[in-house]
Design a protein around this ligand. Structure first.
Ligand code: AMP
Ligand code: GLY
Length: 423
Protein backbone atom coordinates (compact mmCIF):
# COMPACT_ATOMS: atom_id res chain seq x y z
CA UNK A 1 0.00 0.00 0.00
CA UNK A 2 0.98 3.57 -0.60
CA UNK A 3 0.04 5.91 2.20
CA UNK A 4 0.27 9.67 2.58
CA UNK A 5 0.43 11.52 5.88
CA UNK A 6 -0.44 15.19 5.58
CA UNK A 7 1.49 17.57 7.82
CA UNK A 8 5.09 18.03 8.86
CA UNK A 9 5.50 18.06 12.62
CA UNK A 10 6.28 15.71 15.49
CA UNK A 11 2.71 14.40 15.52
CA UNK A 12 2.98 13.37 11.87
CA UNK A 13 6.34 11.73 12.53
CA UNK A 14 4.74 9.66 15.32
CA UNK A 15 1.79 8.73 13.09
CA UNK A 16 3.89 7.63 10.16
CA UNK A 17 6.25 5.62 12.33
CA UNK A 18 3.26 3.78 13.82
CA UNK A 19 1.70 3.20 10.38
CA UNK A 20 4.92 1.70 9.07
CA UNK A 21 4.61 -1.17 11.52
CA UNK A 22 1.94 -2.59 9.21
CA UNK A 23 3.66 -4.90 6.72
CA UNK A 24 1.33 -3.97 3.86
CA UNK A 25 2.73 -0.43 3.85
CA UNK A 26 5.30 -0.09 1.05
CA UNK A 27 5.61 3.68 0.72
CA UNK A 28 4.76 6.56 3.04
CA UNK A 29 4.65 10.07 1.63
CA UNK A 30 4.91 12.85 4.20
CA UNK A 31 3.38 15.99 2.70
CA UNK A 32 5.21 18.25 3.28
CA UNK A 33 7.06 16.30 6.01
CA UNK A 34 10.39 17.62 7.27
CA UNK A 35 14.05 16.73 6.93
CA UNK A 36 14.01 14.74 10.15
CA UNK A 37 11.61 12.20 8.62
CA UNK A 38 13.44 11.79 5.35
CA UNK A 39 14.90 8.39 6.22
CA UNK A 40 11.47 6.97 7.06
CA UNK A 41 9.20 8.61 4.51
CA UNK A 42 9.27 10.22 1.10
CA UNK A 43 8.92 13.92 1.95
CA UNK A 44 7.06 16.10 -0.52
CA UNK A 45 8.00 19.68 0.43
CA UNK A 46 6.44 21.07 -2.78
CA UNK A 47 3.01 21.25 -1.15
CA UNK A 48 1.81 23.03 1.94
CA UNK A 49 -0.41 20.88 4.17
CA UNK A 50 -3.38 23.14 3.38
CA UNK A 51 -2.98 22.90 -0.41
CA UNK A 52 -6.08 20.78 -0.98
CA UNK A 53 -6.01 20.84 -4.76
CA UNK A 54 -2.28 20.17 -5.07
CA UNK A 55 -2.31 17.31 -2.59
CA UNK A 56 -5.33 15.62 -4.16
CA UNK A 57 -3.62 15.83 -7.55
CA UNK A 58 -0.38 14.42 -6.13
CA UNK A 59 -2.16 11.52 -4.43
CA UNK A 60 -4.06 10.69 -7.61
CA UNK A 61 -0.92 10.80 -9.75
CA UNK A 62 1.00 8.56 -7.35
CA UNK A 63 -1.95 6.19 -6.89
CA UNK A 64 -1.92 6.66 -3.12
CA UNK A 65 -4.26 4.14 -1.46
CA UNK A 66 -4.97 5.87 1.82
CA UNK A 67 -4.37 9.33 3.26
CA UNK A 68 -4.15 10.41 6.89
CA UNK A 69 -4.92 14.11 7.19
CA UNK A 70 -3.35 15.16 10.50
CA UNK A 71 -3.52 18.99 10.88
CA UNK A 72 -6.62 21.06 11.53
CA UNK A 73 -6.52 23.49 8.61
CA UNK A 74 -6.73 21.00 5.72
CA UNK A 75 -9.54 19.19 7.58
CA UNK A 76 -11.48 22.42 8.08
CA UNK A 77 -10.86 23.29 4.42
CA UNK A 78 -12.40 19.98 3.30
CA UNK A 79 -9.39 17.92 2.24
CA UNK A 80 -11.06 14.65 3.21
CA UNK A 81 -14.12 15.51 1.09
CA UNK A 82 -11.90 16.39 -1.88
CA UNK A 83 -9.88 13.17 -1.56
CA UNK A 84 -13.05 11.08 -1.33
CA UNK A 85 -14.46 12.78 -4.41
CA UNK A 86 -11.27 11.76 -6.18
CA UNK A 87 -11.86 8.18 -5.04
CA UNK A 88 -9.10 8.17 -2.39
CA UNK A 89 -10.17 7.08 1.10
CA UNK A 90 -8.86 9.31 3.87
CA UNK A 91 -8.75 9.39 7.66
CA UNK A 92 -10.28 12.46 9.25
CA UNK A 93 -13.63 14.21 9.45
CA UNK A 94 -15.26 15.80 6.44
CA UNK A 95 -15.53 19.58 6.34
CA UNK A 96 -19.05 19.62 7.79
CA UNK A 97 -17.81 17.75 10.89
CA UNK A 98 -14.39 19.43 11.19
CA UNK A 99 -16.33 22.60 12.07
CA UNK A 100 -16.35 21.17 15.59
CA UNK A 101 -12.82 22.58 15.84
CA UNK A 102 -13.15 25.15 13.06
CA UNK A 103 -15.76 27.23 14.87
CA UNK A 104 -15.92 27.74 18.63
CA UNK A 105 -19.36 29.33 18.23
CA UNK A 106 -20.57 26.15 16.52
CA UNK A 107 -19.08 23.85 19.16
CA UNK A 108 -20.37 25.92 22.09
CA UNK A 109 -23.87 26.08 20.58
CA UNK A 110 -23.78 22.33 19.97
CA UNK A 111 -22.85 21.63 23.60
CA UNK A 112 -25.56 23.94 24.86
CA UNK A 113 -28.21 22.39 22.59
CA UNK A 114 -27.34 18.81 23.60
CA UNK A 115 -26.57 19.41 27.28
CA UNK A 116 -22.86 18.55 27.08
CA UNK A 117 -21.03 20.09 30.07
CA UNK A 118 -18.88 23.09 29.18
CA UNK A 119 -18.15 26.61 30.48
CA UNK A 120 -21.13 29.01 30.36
CA UNK A 121 -20.70 31.50 27.49
CA UNK A 122 -22.06 34.17 25.21
CA UNK A 123 -21.21 34.46 21.50
CA UNK A 124 -20.82 37.77 19.66
CA UNK A 125 -20.59 38.97 16.08
CA UNK A 126 -20.75 42.70 16.88
CA UNK A 127 -17.87 44.54 18.54
CA UNK A 128 -20.14 46.93 20.48
CA UNK A 129 -22.24 44.17 21.99
CA UNK A 130 -19.10 42.21 22.93
CA UNK A 131 -17.54 45.28 24.57
CA UNK A 132 -20.73 45.99 26.50
CA UNK A 133 -20.81 42.41 27.77
CA UNK A 134 -17.09 42.45 28.65
CA UNK A 135 -17.69 45.55 30.77
CA UNK A 136 -19.98 43.71 33.17
CA UNK A 137 -19.46 39.91 32.70
CA UNK A 138 -18.07 37.78 35.55
CA UNK A 139 -14.27 38.06 35.92
CA UNK A 140 -11.99 36.17 35.27
CA UNK A 141 -13.36 35.60 31.76
CA UNK A 142 -12.00 33.73 28.79
CA UNK A 143 -12.18 35.30 25.35
CA UNK A 144 -11.87 33.04 22.32
CA UNK A 145 -11.64 33.80 18.63
CA UNK A 146 -14.21 31.73 16.75
CA UNK A 147 -11.91 30.25 14.12
CA UNK A 148 -8.57 28.48 13.94
CA UNK A 149 -5.71 30.51 15.39
CA UNK A 150 -2.84 28.04 15.74
CA UNK A 151 -4.05 27.28 19.26
CA UNK A 152 -3.37 30.90 20.25
CA UNK A 153 -6.78 32.55 19.90
CA UNK A 154 -7.56 32.35 23.61
CA UNK A 155 -7.15 35.21 26.08
CA UNK A 156 -7.57 34.55 29.79
CA UNK A 157 -8.65 37.89 31.26
CA UNK A 158 -8.00 38.06 35.00
CA UNK A 159 -9.21 41.67 35.27
CA UNK A 160 -12.03 43.76 33.79
CA UNK A 161 -9.62 45.85 31.71
CA UNK A 162 -7.96 42.72 30.30
CA UNK A 163 -11.39 41.46 29.26
CA UNK A 164 -12.27 44.66 27.43
CA UNK A 165 -8.78 44.85 25.93
CA UNK A 166 -9.01 41.18 24.90
CA UNK A 167 -12.22 41.80 22.99
CA UNK A 168 -10.58 44.71 21.18
CA UNK A 169 -7.45 42.71 20.39
CA UNK A 170 -9.40 39.90 18.77
CA UNK A 171 -12.37 41.68 17.21
CA UNK A 172 -11.10 45.18 16.38
CA UNK A 173 -7.34 44.76 15.89
CA UNK A 174 -7.92 41.32 14.33
CA UNK A 175 -4.85 39.82 15.98
CA UNK A 176 -5.96 36.41 14.70
CA UNK A 177 -7.34 37.69 11.39
CA UNK A 178 -10.82 36.64 10.33
CA UNK A 179 -10.81 33.99 13.06
CA UNK A 180 -11.80 36.90 15.28
CA UNK A 181 -14.86 38.02 13.29
CA UNK A 182 -16.91 36.25 15.90
CA UNK A 183 -15.92 35.55 19.49
CA UNK A 184 -17.01 33.58 22.50
CA UNK A 185 -16.71 35.01 26.00
CA UNK A 186 -16.88 32.24 28.54
CA UNK A 187 -16.75 31.44 32.19
CA UNK A 188 -13.30 30.80 33.68
CA UNK A 189 -13.00 27.21 34.89
CA UNK A 190 -10.49 25.70 37.26
CA UNK A 191 -9.13 22.20 37.69
CA UNK A 192 -6.63 19.78 36.19
CA UNK A 193 -6.68 19.51 32.40
CA UNK A 194 -6.84 16.20 30.57
CA UNK A 195 -6.50 15.47 26.87
CA UNK A 196 -8.46 12.49 25.58
CA UNK A 197 -8.03 11.53 21.94
CA UNK A 198 -10.52 9.04 20.58
CA UNK A 199 -11.12 6.93 17.50
CA UNK A 200 -14.60 7.20 16.08
CA UNK A 201 -16.36 5.94 12.97
CA UNK A 202 -19.45 8.08 13.56
CA UNK A 203 -21.20 5.43 15.66
CA UNK A 204 -18.67 3.77 17.94
CA UNK A 205 -16.18 5.81 19.93
CA UNK A 206 -13.08 4.31 21.52
CA UNK A 207 -11.03 6.62 23.76
CA UNK A 208 -7.26 6.35 23.58
CA UNK A 209 -5.01 6.49 26.62
CA UNK A 210 -5.45 9.87 28.36
CA UNK A 211 -2.62 12.38 28.44
CA UNK A 212 -1.45 15.66 29.99
CA UNK A 213 0.00 18.52 27.96
CA UNK A 214 2.38 21.18 29.30
CA UNK A 215 1.48 24.30 27.34
CA UNK A 216 3.62 27.00 28.92
CA UNK A 217 7.15 27.67 27.73
CA UNK A 218 8.90 27.61 31.12
CA UNK A 219 9.14 25.40 34.20
CA UNK A 220 6.41 25.70 36.79
CA UNK A 221 3.86 26.59 34.07
CA UNK A 222 5.41 30.03 33.66
CA UNK A 223 5.98 31.97 30.47
CA UNK A 224 3.96 32.16 27.29
CA UNK A 225 1.59 29.58 25.88
CA UNK A 226 3.17 27.36 23.25
CA UNK A 227 2.03 24.55 20.99
CA UNK A 228 3.01 22.18 23.83
CA UNK A 229 6.38 21.61 25.56
CA UNK A 230 5.83 18.04 26.66
CA UNK A 231 3.28 15.38 27.52
CA UNK A 232 2.81 12.37 29.71
CA UNK A 233 0.37 9.47 29.42
CA UNK A 234 -1.73 8.20 31.02
CA UNK A 235 -2.96 11.25 32.94
CA UNK A 236 -3.29 10.31 36.66
CA UNK A 237 -6.20 12.72 37.18
CA UNK A 238 -8.23 10.72 34.67
CA UNK A 239 -9.42 7.92 36.91
CA UNK A 240 -11.73 5.11 35.80
CA UNK A 241 -14.62 6.88 37.43
CA UNK A 242 -13.91 10.11 35.55
CA UNK A 243 -13.49 8.13 32.34
CA UNK A 244 -16.89 6.54 32.77
CA UNK A 245 -18.53 9.89 33.42
CA UNK A 246 -16.84 11.41 30.37
CA UNK A 247 -17.99 8.55 28.17
CA UNK A 248 -21.61 8.89 29.28
CA UNK A 249 -21.93 12.65 29.56
CA UNK A 250 -19.46 13.96 26.97
CA UNK A 251 -18.01 11.51 24.44
CA UNK A 252 -21.04 9.55 23.28
CA UNK A 253 -23.37 12.57 23.51
CA UNK A 254 -20.97 14.45 21.20
CA UNK A 255 -21.00 11.65 18.61
CA UNK A 256 -24.81 11.50 18.78
CA UNK A 257 -25.15 15.28 18.62
CA UNK A 258 -23.05 15.46 15.48
CA UNK A 259 -25.17 12.72 13.90
CA UNK A 260 -28.36 14.52 14.87
CA UNK A 261 -27.01 17.62 13.13
CA UNK A 262 -26.29 15.59 9.98
CA UNK A 263 -22.55 16.08 10.50
CA UNK A 264 -21.36 12.58 11.35
CA UNK A 265 -17.79 12.74 12.69
CA UNK A 266 -15.30 10.09 11.59
CA UNK A 267 -11.66 10.32 12.56
CA UNK A 268 -9.82 11.33 15.70
CA UNK A 269 -12.01 13.35 18.01
CA UNK A 270 -9.95 15.11 20.64
CA UNK A 271 -11.53 16.22 23.91
CA UNK A 272 -9.75 18.94 25.85
CA UNK A 273 -11.27 18.54 29.31
CA UNK A 274 -11.11 20.33 32.60
CA UNK A 275 -11.93 18.35 35.73
CA UNK A 276 -13.81 20.97 37.73
CA UNK A 277 -15.36 20.51 41.14
CA UNK A 278 -18.69 20.22 39.30
CA UNK A 279 -17.39 17.39 37.14
CA UNK A 280 -15.57 17.16 33.81
CA UNK A 281 -16.27 19.92 31.30
CA UNK A 282 -15.22 20.41 27.69
CA UNK A 283 -12.66 23.20 27.20
CA UNK A 284 -12.26 22.51 23.51
CA UNK A 285 -12.82 19.96 20.78
CA UNK A 286 -10.18 19.28 18.19
CA UNK A 287 -10.97 17.40 15.01
CA UNK A 288 -7.59 15.66 14.86
CA UNK A 289 -4.75 14.08 16.78
CA UNK A 290 -3.14 16.42 19.33
CA UNK A 291 0.46 17.54 19.19
CA UNK A 292 2.42 16.57 21.34
CA UNK A 293 -0.24 14.20 22.80
CA UNK A 294 0.08 11.81 19.85
CA UNK A 295 3.78 11.38 20.60
CA UNK A 296 2.97 9.74 23.97
CA UNK A 297 -0.29 8.02 23.04
CA UNK A 298 0.72 6.08 19.93
CA UNK A 299 3.81 4.43 21.50
CA UNK A 300 1.41 2.91 24.04
CA UNK A 301 -0.85 1.42 21.36
CA UNK A 302 -0.50 -2.35 21.25
CA UNK A 303 -2.64 -2.87 18.12
CA UNK A 304 -2.12 -1.98 14.49
CA UNK A 305 -2.79 1.73 13.87
CA UNK A 306 -3.49 1.44 10.15
CA UNK A 307 -6.13 -1.23 10.76
CA UNK A 308 -7.86 1.02 13.31
CA UNK A 309 -7.75 4.13 11.13
CA UNK A 310 -9.21 2.29 8.15
CA UNK A 311 -11.92 0.81 10.36
CA UNK A 312 -12.89 4.37 11.36
CA UNK A 313 -13.04 5.44 7.72
CA UNK A 314 -15.09 2.39 6.72
CA UNK A 315 -17.49 2.41 9.70
CA UNK A 316 -16.16 -0.87 11.11
CA UNK A 317 -14.74 0.27 14.43
CA UNK A 318 -17.04 -1.99 16.49
CA UNK A 319 -15.27 -5.21 15.56
CA UNK A 320 -11.74 -3.83 15.65
CA UNK A 321 -9.24 -4.74 18.31
CA UNK A 322 -7.71 -1.79 20.15
CA UNK A 323 -5.34 -2.76 22.97
CA UNK A 324 -3.02 -0.57 25.03
CA UNK A 325 0.21 -1.38 26.82
CA UNK A 326 -0.10 -0.97 30.55
CA UNK A 327 2.89 1.36 30.59
CA UNK A 328 3.50 5.09 30.86
CA UNK A 329 5.06 7.47 28.36
CA UNK A 330 6.81 10.82 28.54
CA UNK A 331 7.58 13.26 25.70
CA UNK A 332 9.89 16.22 26.24
CA UNK A 333 9.95 18.84 23.52
CA UNK A 334 13.17 20.67 22.65
CA UNK A 335 12.53 24.10 21.18
CA UNK A 336 14.65 26.81 19.62
CA UNK A 337 15.72 29.42 22.20
CA UNK A 338 13.20 32.28 22.21
CA UNK A 339 10.21 30.18 21.06
CA UNK A 340 7.24 30.92 21.04
CA UNK A 341 8.53 34.37 20.15
CA UNK A 342 11.35 35.19 17.73
CA UNK A 343 14.02 32.51 17.45
CA UNK A 344 16.91 31.61 15.17
CA UNK A 345 17.27 28.40 13.26
CA UNK A 346 19.75 26.63 11.01
CA UNK A 347 21.72 25.06 13.89
CA UNK A 348 23.05 21.54 13.59
CA UNK A 349 21.30 18.90 15.72
CA UNK A 350 23.58 16.22 17.17
CA UNK A 351 23.25 13.21 19.46
CA UNK A 352 20.09 11.71 17.99
CA UNK A 353 21.64 8.32 17.29
CA UNK A 354 22.04 7.60 21.00
CA UNK A 355 18.30 8.02 21.65
CA UNK A 356 15.60 5.39 21.46
CA UNK A 357 12.66 7.33 20.08
CA UNK A 358 12.79 10.89 18.77
CA UNK A 359 10.13 12.55 16.66
CA UNK A 360 11.35 15.50 14.63
CA UNK A 361 9.07 18.52 14.40
CA UNK A 362 11.16 21.25 12.79
CA UNK A 363 14.34 20.32 10.96
CA UNK A 364 15.80 20.30 7.47
CA UNK A 365 18.54 18.29 5.87
CA UNK A 366 21.44 20.16 4.27
CA UNK A 367 24.76 18.71 3.11
CA UNK A 368 24.09 15.54 5.08
CA UNK A 369 23.43 17.47 8.30
CA UNK A 370 20.18 17.90 10.19
CA UNK A 371 19.56 21.58 10.96
CA UNK A 372 16.88 23.19 13.12
CA UNK A 373 14.14 24.90 11.10
CA UNK A 374 11.28 25.57 13.49
CA UNK A 375 10.18 26.70 16.93
CA UNK A 376 9.53 23.26 18.28
CA UNK A 377 12.40 21.16 16.95
CA UNK A 378 11.90 17.65 18.29
CA UNK A 379 10.31 15.49 20.95
CA UNK A 380 12.13 12.78 22.87
CA UNK A 381 9.82 9.94 23.92
CA UNK A 382 10.31 7.01 26.26
CA UNK A 383 7.91 4.44 27.65
CA UNK A 384 8.40 2.38 30.81
CA UNK A 385 6.52 0.39 33.43
CA UNK A 386 6.17 3.51 35.59
CA UNK A 387 5.77 7.17 34.76
CA UNK A 388 8.72 8.00 36.98
CA UNK A 389 11.01 5.77 34.95
CA UNK A 390 9.65 6.98 31.60
CA UNK A 391 10.43 10.56 32.66
CA UNK A 392 13.92 9.62 33.84
CA UNK A 393 14.74 7.79 30.60
CA UNK A 394 13.39 10.62 28.44
CA UNK A 395 15.55 13.17 30.26
CA UNK A 396 18.61 10.92 29.93
CA UNK A 397 18.03 10.79 26.18
CA UNK A 398 17.50 14.55 26.03
CA UNK A 399 20.92 15.04 27.65
CA UNK A 400 22.50 13.37 24.61
CA UNK A 401 20.98 15.84 22.17
CA UNK A 402 22.47 19.20 21.37
CA UNK A 403 21.83 22.25 19.23
CA UNK A 404 22.66 25.91 19.81
CA UNK A 405 20.16 27.75 22.06
CA UNK A 406 18.24 24.53 22.70
CA UNK A 407 15.50 24.97 25.29
CA UNK A 408 13.41 22.37 27.09
CA UNK A 409 11.45 22.26 30.32
CA UNK A 410 12.99 20.36 33.22
CA UNK A 411 9.69 19.59 34.94
CA UNK A 412 7.66 17.63 32.40
CA UNK A 413 5.55 15.08 34.28
CA UNK A 414 6.24 16.42 37.77
CA UNK A 415 2.65 17.47 38.37
CA UNK A 416 1.46 14.06 37.18
CA UNK A 417 3.91 12.32 39.50
CA UNK A 418 2.66 14.36 42.46
CA UNK A 419 -0.95 13.53 41.56
CA UNK A 420 -0.02 9.87 41.17
CA UNK A 421 1.35 9.93 44.73
CA UNK A 422 -1.92 11.48 45.91
CA UNK A 423 -0.34 14.87 46.69
P1 AMP B 1 -8.02 26.19 23.98
O1 AMP B 1 -7.26 26.71 22.78
O2 AMP B 1 -9.49 26.38 23.91
O3 AMP B 1 -7.58 24.82 24.37
O4 AMP B 1 -7.50 27.05 25.21
C1 AMP B 1 -6.12 27.10 25.53
C2 AMP B 1 -5.96 26.99 27.01
O5 AMP B 1 -6.64 28.04 27.67
C3 AMP B 1 -6.56 25.71 27.60
O6 AMP B 1 -5.70 24.64 27.52
C4 AMP B 1 -6.81 26.15 29.03
O7 AMP B 1 -5.64 26.03 29.80
C5 AMP B 1 -7.17 27.59 28.89
N1 AMP B 1 -8.63 27.75 28.87
C6 AMP B 1 -9.46 27.70 27.81
N2 AMP B 1 -10.74 27.87 28.18
C7 AMP B 1 -10.74 28.05 29.52
C8 AMP B 1 -11.74 28.29 30.50
N3 AMP B 1 -13.03 28.40 30.17
N4 AMP B 1 -11.36 28.41 31.78
C9 AMP B 1 -10.06 28.33 32.13
N5 AMP B 1 -9.07 28.13 31.26
C10 AMP B 1 -9.38 27.98 29.96
N1 GLY C 1 -1.75 19.90 22.29
C1 GLY C 1 -2.92 20.61 21.95
C2 GLY C 1 -3.35 20.49 20.57
O1 GLY C 1 -2.90 19.68 19.80
O2 GLY C 1 -4.22 21.26 20.17
Amino acid sequence: MKIAVIGGGGREHAILRALKKNRSVETVYAIPGNGGMAEEAVCVPEYRASDVEGIVRFCRERAVNYVVVAPDDPLVLGMVDALEEAGIPAFGPRKDAAILEGSKVFSKNLMKKYGIPTAAYEAFTELDAALRYASHCPIPAVIKADGLALGKGVIIAMTRSEAVEGVRTIMAEKKFGHSGDRIVIEEYLEGPEVSVLSFTDGTELVPMVSSMDHKRALDGDQGLNTGGMGTVAPNPFYTEEVAKECMERIFLPTVRAMNAEGRSFRGCLYFGLMLTKDGPKVIEYNCRFGDPETQVVLPLLDSDLLTILRACTEGRLAGTEIRWKSESACCIVAASGGYPQAYRSGYEISGLSGCENVYIAGAERKDGKLLTSGGRVLGVVRTAETLERAIKLAYEDMERIHFTDMHYRRDIGQRALRAGRGE
